[in-house]
Design a protein around this ligand. Structure first.
Ligand SMILES: NC(=O)C1=CN([C@@H]2O[C@H](COP(=O)(O)OP(=O)(O)OC[C@H]3O[C@@H](n4cnc5c(N)ncnc54)[C@H](OP(=O)(O)O)[C@@H]3O)[C@@H](O)[C@H]2O)C=CC1
Ligand SMILES: O=C(CO)COP(=O)(O)O
Length: 331
C-alpha cells in the first residue's frame, strides 16, 4: 500500500532511505535544513553534495520547508546526525499527529546525556510508536540497490513489521527485532571501533591486529549492552557484528577513514575537513567513555580511542597500552 513519509535529514543516509521508500512507490518528502542545498536538490533532482548520481523518482519531493514536509504525514524517518537529533525532535513536536510514528537511522548517542536516542524520543515525542533502523548499510550501496540486510527494532512489533514492509525491496531486506537498546547501541559503538581499526591500519599494523580489535571490540560492546539491558544475541546480528565487520574493514566508512588518518599522523581537524561528512565516532568516543565509567563497564579499546581523540595520548601509545594490559581469561 502506498503511504506518505517525511524523511528528515538530507545527508547521504537520509537521501538513500528516501530513495528506497520512493522507489517502493511511497510518496516521500525529503527535508534538509540548508535552503540553498535543498534548492540544488530540487533543481537537479538528485543530491549532488552527499549522494550524487541517483536521480530522484517522481515520488520523491525534496524541500527545505518543514511545514510542507510534514503536511498530512504520519510516518517520520529522522536521519540527522546525532548532535542535531534532540533539536530536530523538538522541532517535529508541533507537526507530528496524535497517531504519528517515528523511525530513525541516526547512529550515535545523545550529545547531552550520553544516553541512547530512544530516550530523547520518549522525552520529546512521548507515546508515539518508535523504531530504529540499523545494520551494515553504506548509503551509496543502498542507493545502488546492492543487496543489503538491516534490522528494524521496536518494542512495538506491529510497527517494526509495518516499517520493514515499507522499506523492503529488491535491494533492501529488513529483519525485525524487539531489542531496541541492543540495536541502537551496536550502531553507536561500532563507529568508535571503526576509528580504532582505522588507527591500527593507519599505523601500518597488520590483519591480526584488525581482527583482534574487531573481536575484542565486540566483547566490550556486548558487555556494555548487557549492562544496559540489551540481549546478548543482538550483538551477533546485523546491527552488532554485521556493522562492525562492515565499518571496521571497508574504506567507505568515514569513521574508519578518520582513524586511518589519525594513525598516519594527520590532525583531527585536517582529517575531518578531508572527509567532509559526518564522523559520529568522534563524539561517540567521548560519550561511550562517560557511559562506561558511569556503569563501571570495562571498555579498553573504546577508552583508548577516547584518549587519542581527546588529545591525551598518541595512537601508537594507545596500542601499546592495550597490548600491555593484565592477562585475563577470554570469556
Ligand atoms: N552514510 C551512511 O552510509 C550511513 C549513515 N548513517 C547515520 O546516519 C546519520 C546521518 O549521516 P549521513 O547522512 O551519512 O551524514 P552526511 O554527512 O552525509 O549528512 C549529514 C546531513 O545532516 C545535515 N545536518 C547537519 N547538521 C544539522 C542540523 N543541525 N540539523 C539538521 N540537519 C543537519 C547536513 O546538512 P549540511 O550538508 O547542510 O551540513 C547533512 O544534510 C549519522 O548518524 C550516520 O551515522 C547510518 C547508516 C549509514
Ligand atoms: O553506518 C554506516 C554503515 O553501516 C556508515 O558508516 P560511516 O559513518 O563510518 O561511514
Amino acid at each position: 500500500m502506498q503511504r506518505r513519509f517525511a524523511v528528515i535529514g538530507a545527508g547521504s543516509w537520509g537521501t538513500a532511505l528516501a530513495l528506497v521508500l520512493a522507489r517502493n512507490g511511497h510518496a516521500v518528502r525529503l527535508w534538509g535544513h540548508d535552503a540553498r542545498h535543498m534548492a540544488g536538490l530540487i533543481q537537479a533532482r538528485e543530491n549532488c553534495r552527499h549522494l550524487a548520481g541517483f536521480r530522484f523518482p517522481e515520488t520523491l519531493t525534496p524541500t527545505a520547508d518543514l511545514d510542507a514536509a510534514m503536511d498530512d504525514v504520519r510516518d517520520v524517518v529522522v536521519v540527522v546526525p546525532s548532535h542535531a537529533f534532540a533539536a530536530q525532535l523538538q522541532a517535529l513536536g508541533r507537526y507530528l499527529p496524535r497517531d504519528g510514528r517515528i523511525l530513525w537511522g541516526t547512529k550515535g548517542l545523545d550529545a547531552d546525556s550520553g544516553g541512547l536516542l530512544h530516550g530523547l524520543v520518549e522525552r520529546h515525542l512521548p507515546d508515539h510508536p518508535m523504531a530504529v533502523l540499523s545494520g551494515p548499510s553504506f548509503a551509496r550501496e543502498v542507493a545502488e540497490e546492492l543487496p543489503t540486510a538491516v534490522t528494524i527494532a521496536s518494542r512495538d512489533a506491529a510497527f517494526a513489521a509495518d516499517m520493514a514492509a515499507a522499506f523492503h525491496g529488491a535491494g533492501l531486506r529488513p529483519y525485525t527485532s524487539n531489542d531496541l537498546v541492543g540495536v541502537e547501541l551496536g550502531g553507536a559503538v561500532k563507529n568508535v571501533l571503526a576509528v580504532a581499526t582505522g588507527i591500527a591500519d593507519g599505523l601500518g599494523l597488520g590483519a591480526n591486529t584488525r581482527a583482534g580489535l574487531i573481536t575484542r571490540g565486540l566483547a566490550e560492546l556486548t558487555r556494555l549492552g548487557i549492562a544496559l539491558g540489551a540481549e546478548r544475541q543482538t550483538f551477533m546480528g546485523l546491527s552488532g557484528v554485521g556493522d562492525l565487520i562492515l565499518t571496521c574493514t571497508d574504506d567507505q566508512s568515514r569513521n574508519r577513514r578518520f582513524g586511518l588518518a589519525l594513525g598516519r599522523g594527520t590532525t583531527i581537524e585536517q582529517a575531518l575537513t578531508d572527509i567532509g561528512q559526518t564522523v559520529e565516532g568522534l563524539r561517540t568516543a567521548r560519550e561511550v567513555h562517560a557511559l562506561a565509567e558511569r556503569l563501571q563497564v570495562e571498555m579498553p579499546i573504546c577508552e583508548q580511542v577516547y584518549q587519542v581523540v581527546a588529545g591525551h595520548r598518541t595512537a601508537s601509545k594507545a596500542l601499546q597500552i592495550l597490548m600491555a594490559r593484565t592477562r585475563k581469561s577470554e570469556f
